[in-house]
Design a protein around this ligand. Structure first.
Ligand code: 3PG
Length: 208
C-alpha cells in the first residue's frame, strides 16, 4: 500500500481503532466485527506476543481491511510487522534514527509527534502524515489547530485520551485525517468475545 492509498483509507474510516490483542484466535472475528461496522482500517499494537500472528489472521479474514501495526519501537519490530503483512506502521515517538530506518523499509508509517519541533523533524524527513500522541495530554484540539498555521502541509491522526465525546472536535479540524482510540475494541470486550458490542461501537464511530 502506498502513502496516498493509506491517507485515503484513513480519511474514509475517520476513526482508527487501536487494539491490543492477546489471543490471535480473536483476530478474525474482531476484524469481521470492525469491517461489518463500517470501518476501513485498524491498528493492532506490538504489545503482545501474538500481535504479528493476529495481524496476519486479521488480514486473511478481511482482505479489504487496511491493517496497520502500532507501538513499533525499533526496526526489528517494524520488520516483524511487515513480514506479517502490515499495510502501515505507527510509532509512539519519532527518534530520527527510527524515522530513517522506517523510510528505508518502504511501508507507509505514521510517526508519533507531540510538539512542533518533532513535527518539523518528521517533516524534514519527508513525512506529512503523523500520529499526534498523546493527543489530549499534549494539548488536544487547541494544539493541533495552532500547528496548522505554521505547518499547513502536515496532517495528523490524534490518538491518546480521545474518546467518542472528544472525537468530533478533532475530526472538524482541517489538519486531522482520522482519530485513533482504543475505546471501540477495549481488551475487556475482546476478552469477552463480545463482537456485537464491538460492531456496534464501530457503527457509532463511523457515524461520528
Ligand atoms: C495508543 O497507543 O495509541 C494509545 O494507547 C491509544 O490511546 P487510548 O487508549 O487513550 O485511546
Amino acid at each position: 500500500m502506498n502513502h496516498t492509498a493509506l491517507i485515503a483509507a484513513l480519511r474514509a474510516t475517520r476513526v482508527l481503532p487501536v487494539i491490543e490483542i492477546e489471543e490471535a484466535a480473536n483476530a478474525a472475528p474482531l476484524a469481521h466485527a470492525l469491517a461489518e461496522g463500517g470501518l476501513k482500517a485498524v491498528e493492532l499494537t506490538l504489545r503482545t506476543a501474538s500481535a504479528c500472528e493476529a495481524l496476519a489472521a486479521a488480514k486473511k479474514a478481511e482482505p479489504e481491511l487496511v491493517v496497520g501495526m502500532g507501538t513499533v519501537l525499533d526496526e526489528a519490530g517494524a520488520r516483524r510487522a511487515i513480514d506479517a503483512g502490515a499495510d502501515f506502521l505507527v510509532t509512539p515517538g519519532a527518534p530520527p534514527a527510527l524515522l530513517q530506518s522506517l523510510i528505508g523499509l518502504g511501508v507507509p508509517f505514521l510517526p508519533g509527534v507531540a510538539t512542533a519541533s518533532e513535527a518539523m523533524a518528521a517533516r524534514a524527513a519527508g513525512v506529512t502524515l503523523m500520529k499526534f500522541f498523546p493527543a489530549e495530554p499534549a494539548g488536544g484540539t487547541a494544539y493541533l489547530k495552532a500547528l496548522s498555521g505554521p505547518l499547513p502541509d502536515l496532517t495528523f491522526c490524534p490518538t491518546g485520551g480521545v474518546g467518542p465525546d472528544a472525537a468530533p472536535a478533532y475530526l472538524a479540524l482541517k489538519n486531522v485525517v482520522c482519530v485513533g482510540g482504543s475505546w471501540l475494541a477495549p481488551r475487556e470486550l475482546i476478552g469477552a468475545r463480545d463482537w456485537d458490542a464491538i460492531r456496534a461501537n464501530a457503527r457509532r464511530a463511523v457515524a461520528l
